[in-house]
Design a binder for this molecule. Sequence first.
Ligand code: ANZ
Ligand code: ZN
Length: 839
Amino acid sequence: MPFDPREVEPRWQARWREARLHRTTFDPKKPKFYALDMFPYPSGAGLHVGHCEGYTATDVLTRWKRMQGWNVLHPMGWDAFGLPAENYAIKTGIHPRITTEQAVSNFRRQIDSVGFAYDWEREVNTTDPRYYKWTQWIFLQLFKQGLAYEAVMPINWCPSCKTGLANEEAAGGRCERCGTQVERKDLRQWMLRITAYADRLLEDLSEVDWPESTLTMQRKWIGRSEGAEVSFRVADGAAAGEEIRVFTTRPDTLSGATYLVLAPEHALVERLTAPEQRGAVTDYQTAARRKSDLERTELAKEKTGAFTGSHAVNPINGERIPIWIADYVLATYGTGAIMAVPAHDERDYDFAVKFSLPIREVVRPADGTSPEPGKPFADDGIAVSSGELDGLPTAEVKQRVVALLETRGQGKRAVSYRLRDWIFSRQRYWGEPIPIIHCAKCGAVPVPEAQLPVTLPEVERYEPSGTGESPLATIPEWLEVSCPTCGGPGRRETNTMPQWAGSCWYYLRYLDPTNDTAPWSKEAERQWMNVDLYVGGAEHAVLHLLYARFWHKVLFDLGHVSTKEPFRKLRHQGMVLAYTYQDAAEHYHALEEVELRGETAVLRATGEPLKVQAEKMAKSKLNGVNPDAVVAEHGADVLRLYELFMGEFELPKPWDPRAIEGCGRFLRRVWRLVEEHEPSRVPETDVHLRLRHKTVQRVTADLERLQFNTAIAALMTYTNELTSKGATREDLVTLVKLVGPFAPHLGDEAWERLGGKGFLLEQDWPTFDVALTVDAQVTYAVQVNGKLRGNVEVERGTPEAEVRERALALPNVVRQLEGGKTVARVIVVPDKVVNIVVR
Ligand code: ANZ
Ligand code: ZN
């Protein structure tokens, strides 16, 4: 009977469900394995074969660990707040809750159809009030620690979405969602003081097993710079005598600082501006406000600026230098002011050239060569024109200058971070309400914990108000409440949390998802944390991981979690690409219109040759692959197998519809072996034994290293060998157990057919004997005076004397002794070579 996935797969899925097979249990005597998938945003488009890759990987690993007797936690949930559902609601008037529910049930159906072993009894949904109650609770813990605060911020503002955007959502100066040019707007915002954790977020990266590229991105994002803060006194004008502090990574170049530059928003600019410069300075400030940080600091950008009319004194040489403002200095980095050293910094150089400011060289290349003319020399070197510091290397000059400034009270060592506090509010509907009540007398008052959750009220319209407030501001019944502290009139906070909020702690809620008196129990936390393996896309390498680590550390400090880091090991699945077919006019054609000829392709209708490329899947490129279609055509087991067989797990690889067939053939071959099995016919031999132990070792070791593709290749080899040599019962049991995690439906069907009891997942993973994983026979190369003269094949472990004897008896060796030659020496290198020296 051929194996029909359409019949077999749903049948086993139903049996697993009835038996609650995937329910999490915990036995304190056993080790634990917490495998976490980055939970999806349930979009209307449904599950993607890219999702399936990571999910299959953790599914295989958790099934394997479970068979090895581990406690396994493998949950799934929904990161369901966010803009797409909300934008759809604005267009159609349909509540985002409804579209979200529909999308979630579609995702769940798809996930089940692939046979993933998630414990649905632990499903979480960030938009469920029983979940976001605790997101709000965590926010209040942050608030009580002084880690959540309000500030008026010049934020990125999308005039089309009418909402504020975090820097990362406005990369390149454009709204991530709609592409509109982003403006700056001053708005009251909730901020989270992630900068207070900058050092620990950096240091503790040494404790985790993450991809090096991701560690690097996190380090760069935090951007720790060591340097100094230097004080300059204002020499003239209304601000005379005041101090301007600058941050520099090159205090050694202080003698070359020929002017100061302040950010246009710097608090002192007002008083530094001389009456005759007022007009120019104000105009310049207005223009700067319209630009994004990125535009402002771009290296290649034409430099602009305005002179304030005031001067400052360089503390190292007493020189009077002009004070300018320019937008290439950011208000939010360092101190918002710099000492400009045009001879050694590219931006300062361009600026000095443009405004004819002095350029003074104070560092030269250490190798005695001349620096390139017409360019700043930005490297370390040897000090020149720096008085008594001349001739000293940069590192030492830095130390001496800082030491000198410190004794005079004019500066100190300082560290600066690129990381900024996290803008934690959105003026949108579909998010967690921030649980704060504003009172004229008491200020920002937390909603008492007993009153959580603050649920999202029903609204008529989902548009932001356009004045910078969320639609929640339009519902007086919801808005107006009494102050929890004084009982006077209060007004609810109308901002909602950003989409990142719910994903900052979902891995903790899975531990104890129905707890309604605490976000999770201490016991569950101690049992399962931390996450042993976190799998998800590299696109979350920075923000999600950084934000979640930040919350985790705060929770750690408050004693709510027992580990410093949440995710011990992290891996990113490589992106699943798909082939695209483009004609000469660069139009894309779907695979159905294409005829494949080896490596090339032509348009079926006209024979026109097409350009074939592996690209990211996209609707516009007609190369999307829908898992539903793959399951319908090939079955879930084949989909799962192919997802992991496609290539190395962590590398990008193209989906190849022709290669899927190979996986189908393999599984059919496994089934045929099981079906045609007649145990009495095949006696167990040493060859069987060794092959089996080798395969078990290979697959086990590959799973340990997440090398799924080579594990599958080993199973394919094993299957072929058994097909040609015949399989014993033990061979088949082992094969089925090894294949089971990859192809669980076929696994259970085959297990049952072999007379097995219970589910495959409840069986023990096969073990191996190392002694049996090495080949029984070894081949010695036999050399006479360094020349290969033959081979000797013996049983492994054959005594040296016997090997030697057999080597000397080889006809080809005997011939070398003709003419009265004698054997001077024989050297046997175990399992490798016999060297015979003849004279
Ligand atoms: C003098 C100097 C001389 C500098 C020199 C560099 C080279 P990182 O490494 O990114 O920390 N800087 C400081 N604050 C700034 C701000 N708010 N906006 C723009 N630029 C700012 O860079 C630190 C350097 O960037 C600082 O060192 C300062 O320029 C500039 F040969 O000071 B430097
Ligand atoms: Zn009050």
